[in-house]
Ligand binder design. Structure first.
Ligand code: CA
Length: 229
């Protein structure tokens, strides 16, 4: 279940400590110093979860949480609010911030990782049997069919799994490592370039209907499925 976590925190020491722990927990960590920088990180790839500090320079964490909730791109991304004092904790509880969970500083990174995992599990879409559709391309996990309009596309089993993963986690960048973990599983030893091979095959299979454009290469980071250019 590893994923990409964005931490928005102006205290560098906390950011580094949290990122180190997240990395050890198998997560990919992105960092932002303030809301504005966070917004840039999000445009590069929507994270699976956001750790958001309450006290930020400029736009406060509370304001930013509201903004994230109002934005189509981020409204479903779970947020854990990081607060400094118990007093604030009460306020967070009382306010409708849009945060899904909160932690009071100082917190143990171990607990943070546990809460992160729990929240991701809780908010993960139950996608296993539900047909998905992106930009005219539809995939049915039950019948194992991929169609572009009326046209049936032929995909190998690995390409099918890969496409299903992308379609259920669109608009965010996935590293080769996280793709391997999610599609191949964590117990299998496969080289990262295996991902590239299957991406190539997937694009080829999708090219008959022009849908190969959905699978985008994000230089230096990995791949993303997006209906936008
Ligand atoms: Ca702060």
């Amino acid at each position: 279940m590893p994923g990409t976590i964005l931490i928005v925190e102006d205290e560098q020491a906390i950011r580094e400590m949290v990122c180190l722990a997240l990395g050890q927990g198998g997560f990919e960590c992105r960092e932002a110093d303030n809301a504005q920088e966070a917004q840039q990180r999000i445009l590069e790839g929507v994270p699976d979860l956001i750790l958001l500090d309450w006290m930020l320079p400029g736009m406060s964490g509370i304001e930013y949480a509201r903004k994230l909730r109002a934005d189509k791109l981020t409204r479903d991304v779970p947020i854990i609010m990081l607060t400094a004092r118990t007093q604030e904790e009460d306020k967070v509880r009382g306010l409708d911030t849009g945060a899904d969970d909160y932690m009071t500083k100082p917190f143990s990174t171990r607990e943070l990782i546990a809460r992160t995992r729990a929240l991701l599990r809780r908010t993960a879409p139950q996608t296993t049997d539900v047909p998905v559709e992106v930009d005219g391309l539809s995939l049915d996990p039950v019948t194992h069919r991929v169609q572009a309009g009326d046209r049936k596309l032929e995909l190998g089993p690995m390409e099918f799994k890969l496409l299903h993963f992308f379609m259920t986690h669109p608009e965010r960048v996935h590293s080769r490592t996280s793709i391997l973990d999610s599609v191949w599983g964590t117990n299998v030893y496969v080289e990262e370039r295996t991902v590239d091979v299957h991406i190539r095959r997937l694009r080829k299979a999708l090219s008959t209907s022009g849908h190969q454009r959905l699978i985008q290469t994000v230089r230096g980071s990995g791949y993303r499925l997006s209906a936008q250019d």
